[in-house]
Design a protein around this ligand. Sequence first.
Ligand code: GLA
Length: 388
Amino acid sequence: MRDREAMREAFRRYYGGEPRFWVRAPGRVNLIGEHTDYNDGFVLPAAIEREMLFALSPRDDGMTLLRSLDYPHPVEFDLKMVEAAPEDPWGNYVRGVAWALQEAGVPLSGFHGVAQGDVPIGSGLSSSAALEVATALAYQAASGFEMDGVTMAKVCQRAENAFVGVNCGIMDQFVSRNAEDGSALLIDCRSLAYRAVPLPSDGVKLVIADTAKRRGLVDSEYNARRRECEAAVRLLSESLPGVTALRDVSVEQFEALADRLPEIPRKRARHVIMEDDRTLRAVERLEAGDLAAVGRLMNESHVSLRDDYAVSGPELDAMVELAWETPGVLGSRMTGAGFGGCTVSLVEDGAVERFCAEIPARYTPRTGLTPSLYVTRAAPGATVESSH
Ligand code: GLA
């Protein structure tokens, strides 16, 4: 839990005085548009009511000092010498953002601060993006530079790609920084144009179910999928000149050429091309108030991720199947990179209590794992508060 009083006390104890700024950056859940961001496609994530919170004050000696109330390791480094510390994976997200901001030519002041977060770690709700975006905003508050939300998301993604060494797309950092209260964000991951798509404020809830299966395979399989998509693009561009990403191939073009592709590139491309189409249709259906259709598209997305993209797993499938069997569930699918982590379900208000009671009781005997459930609304993107 985030406890501002405990953070304030820790701040006084470690540094003296009161924090000048509070910054918060949320985790995310993706409603639909999975494994499309690095294919220049469309995604529809929302920020969740779990976040990373920093209390901080600027320093003028170029040092960054950050104490997490959740981790034993204090983070401490000089902005003139930012290097990865192998013994401190958490702190490396902070160092990575300092590095990427400076690489982008931004002059930085240091800060000292206290951090606390309640985005569950390693469960696919983007605790790392929340930490990166909180760090970028902390430097912005401390140093006073101008930077729009799209550029900041790109800088945070670069920190993760080039400093931490995880080859993620832009979705997680983008939505943590730029989300709007009560809405999901439709992001065009090629142009980075985006718009808020309001979610119904009553009648349905988003329920996230953490399978408690940790995502062992995720990095190597994620990189393998990226390579398979690139291979599919090369094959498709032989018949479709000008195609540089799966985003460029329409459903009709794909259907006309699918038989000529070997099985693996065919299945991977089919997932991505259909998923882009489903994402745009989901936005249209959401805006028309047709939640039943949105739910059906979520279900189709899961089947495609399971059968064509091969990134689900027995635990995710079990959780989704249990949701599909539960009355009042409009749709349910795995969310995030896959192999473990969370599902997202669109659940009618009247069915939420039953969902939260029955699904764990049926999931545990099937898998031996104890799941966690979070009912959330779409939260606002990252914010800074100044105390003077
Ligand atoms: C992870 C990555 C995102 C995205 C999803 C899959 O969350 O960080 O960029 O690729 O997987 O949709």
